[in-house]
Design a protein around this ligand. Structure first.
Ligand code: J9N
Length: 240
């Protein structure tokens, strides 16, 4: 998978060069390219924003540097990319989105700052030939200072679902939000040695070696924890 990220803070994305995603990049499973939007400006101050039409607070990112940057990034690609724009006003990015995007060969992320990117950029690329379309996505109901932290979240979530990125020790199969068996429940509690820590004991059943009883106990704990922590996931969720 090739991933391009366009941002005014390229160093913010350095986190993708360590840990799991960094290892996947080193192994050739992810081909990561980070670009500085200001390289597509022409003025002495490398301006990327301007005042909003209609008035109001803050600044809006100008369409010109974005158009120039995205056209260049596209021209270097061998296939039509999906353009992903993180924004608090987008559709929710979920584990299903991560699973779907883990199979997309070409992703381009546009990191907006300030009060967002001129809306015509998303409009233009959603109808542009040589692009797969545009996805404006929110990672949750809170406001970030820019799209960079959202891109870290999205790339980590989808990257670990690319075959070969996780080792056998870290298999993604029964995660809290994995599609399949446990899609509707969060995970229950986990324990390791020592059996007594500060007076707190590991539940007896986990030491018993009875795999059937262990599976039953874990299912009950997952149910209990879902009711307590995430009632919104239940078939008949209480009103938010
Ligand atoms: N979910 C989400 C995305 C964002 C931003 S702010 C600027 C770009 C993206 N905030 N919250």
């Amino acid at each position: 998978m090739r991933i391009d990220v366009v941002t005014i803070f390229p160093q913010y994305l350095d986190a993708l060069r360590i840990s799991l995603i960094g290892r996947a990049t080193g192994a050739g499973l992810i081909d990561l390219h980070v670009h500085d939007l200001r390289e597509w400006t022409n003025d002495r101050h490398r301006t990327v924003d301007d005042t909003p039409y209609g008035g109001g607070p803050g600044m809006v990112m100008s369409p010109e540097p974005w158009g120039a940057a995205l056209d260049d990034v596209r021209a270097r690609a061998d296939a039509a990319p999906l353009l992903v724009i993180p924004t608090p006003s987008g559709t929710r990015f979920t584990q299903s989105t991560a699973a779907a995007w883990s199979g997309v060969p070409r992703l381009v992320f546009a990191c907006g700052r300030y009060e967002g990117i001129d809306s015509r950029v998303a409009q233009h690329y959603s109808n542009a030939p040589d692009w797969q379309g545009v996805a404006e996505v929110s990672i949750g109901d809170y406001v970030l200072a820019g799209g960079e932290a959202a891109v870290l979240v999205i790339v980590e979530a989808l990257g670990r679902l690319i075959p070969g990125v996780l080792g056998n020790q870290e298999s993604a199969a029964d995660d809290s939000f994995a599609p399949g068996a446990m899609a509707d429940l969060v995970e229950g509690p986990v324990f390791t040695k020592p059996v007594n820590w500060r007076g707190l004991e590991v539940p007896e059943v986990l030491l018993s070696g009875h795999h059937g009883q262990i599976a039953t106990w874990r299912a009950a704990e997952a149910e209990r924890r879902t009711v307590q922590m995430r009632p919104d996931l239940l078939p008949d969720p209480p009103e938010a």
